[in-house]
Design a protein around this ligand. Structure first.
Ligand SMILES: NC(=O)c1ccc[n+]([C@@H]2O[C@H](COP(=O)([O-])OP(=O)(O)OC[C@H]3O[C@@H](n4cnc5c(N)ncnc54)[C@H](O)[C@@H]3O)[C@@H](O)[C@H]2O)c1
Ligand SMILES: [Zn+2]
Length: 352
């Protein structure tokens, strides 16, 4: 088992290893010294791992409450959130108790937001079960739900008290979700660690989950410790996301996030080489790895509509946008440009 300490506004541990669900109850109890655990999960994950988690929490002497919602992004909404907090109230949960998120990023985000706001904030524990949640959403304390007009529009920064990654849960992950997680993992290698990049290029991520996930979590930990509230350095995590979000938006969110980010990374890396920010060949190396993981390189959307959609991204400020531009494999620059330059980057990135 690996243990990574995060020193954010609240310090907490991230545990990772195989079979950790068995001992989750003890770990939760130690981290939160609580009486009641309110477990939130979805209709795919709960039947697979809910029983095991309940047994472990009960064994540790906790009173367990459960709430299971329909799997999928469409559940990350106000009505699921409001049902969760109403049920927390009925269960008599206090600030001395704990909310436990068992699932992917959707479960983690909505449970975290419920925990952040119920009674002005109660402890919560993340038990991620997707690769994306292991390396990204469970770390860093961003919690949110979607509103009718946009994703993650209602949220809070609220750090968990503990994160438990049981790597055995990844055995049941559908291939598409594996690929989505791999896109984010490639992003880590690309923006900040050429050794990680080479490792991903050499072998499938699934052949060494523990070390690959641990490295990504360390990298996310490092930026979160420097910039918990996303004022500057944390932006490196957005590599590929400016054009990625544009693809998601233009597709009406029918293209999965990981696929969109993969294409977004290809666009910005291609532009970076063409515009002289990155060494020749940087984009080609990235494309080889994306192909290896069956991630898409191209989009049907044109340069103008992509630039316009990217300009609407929440990362724009006063007509300027900060782009994460690779300068080689494992290195990048934060480049602040006028929003009107997005078209230049889109065209240089190979869009028509
Ligand atoms: N808070 C953050 O910092 C942050 C970062 C990145 C993404 N996110 C959010 O995370 C969400 C995406 O997360 P996700 O990709 O984990 O999606 P998800 O939670 O929807 O999970 C994907 C699918 O896999 C299923 N699943 C989960 N674990 C499984 C398992 N072990 N076996 C079988 N099926 C399993 C789920 O039921 C779901 O159908 C988005 O809403 C995104 O906005 C948040
Ligand atoms: Zn992402």
């Amino acid at each position: 088992m690996k243990k990574i300490r995060v020193n954010a506004s609240k310090a907490y541990d991230i545990l990772m290893g195989e079979g950790l669900l068995e001992g989750a109850g003890e770990a939760v109890k130690n981290a939160c010294s609580c009486q009641k655990a309110f477990v939130v999960s979805d209709t795919n994950v709960f039947p697979l791992y809910g029983e095991k988690l309940r047994a472990s929490l009960e064994k540790a002497g906790l009173e367990v409450f459960e709430y299971v919602f329909e799997a999928g992004e469409s559940s990350k909404n106000v009505s699921v959130y409001s049902e969760i907090v109403e049920k927390m109230c009925l269960a008599g949960l206090t600030r001395g108790d704990v909310a436990v998120a068992l699932g992917g990023g959707v479960v983690g985000d909505v449970t975290g937001f419920a925990a952040a706001t119920y009674r002005r904030g109660i402890p919560f524990v993340q038990i991620p079960t997707t690769l994306l949640a292991d390396v990204d959403s469970s770390v860093g304390g961003k919690t949110a739900i979607d509103l009718a007009n946009g994703k993650n529009q209602l949220g809070a920064f609220w750090q968990p008290s503990l994160v438990i990654c049981d790597l055995l849960t990844l055995d049941t992950l559908p291939t598409e979700e594996y690929q989505n997680g791999c896109a984010e993992i490639i992003k880590y290698g690309m923006y900040g660690d050429s050794n990680l990049f080479e490792k991903i290029a050499a072998g499938p991520v699934s052949s060494d989950y523990e070390n690959v996930i641990a490295r990504c979590v360390e990298m996310k930990r490092d930026v979160v410790e420097k910039d918990e509230f996303e004022q500057g350095p944390r932006m490196v995590l957005n590599l590929g996301h400016t054009f990625g979000h544009a693809i998601e938006k233009l597709s009406g969110y029918s293209i999965p996030h990981g696929e969109a980010v993969a294409t977004g990374m290809n666009i910005i890396a291609t532009a970076a080489v063409k515009l002289g920010y990155a060494k020749t060949g940087t984009d080609e190396k990235l494309r080889e790895v994306l192909k290896k993981y069956d991630l898409p390189l191209e989009t049907e959307f044109g340069a103008a509509e992509m630039a316009e959609a990217a300009a609407g991204d929440k990362k724009t400020l006063g007509g300027m946008i900060t782009l994460v531009v690779p300068t080689g494999i494992g290195v990048c620059d934060l480049v602040k440009v006028p929003v009107s330059d997005l078209l230049k980057f889109a065209l240089a990135g190979g869009l028509r």
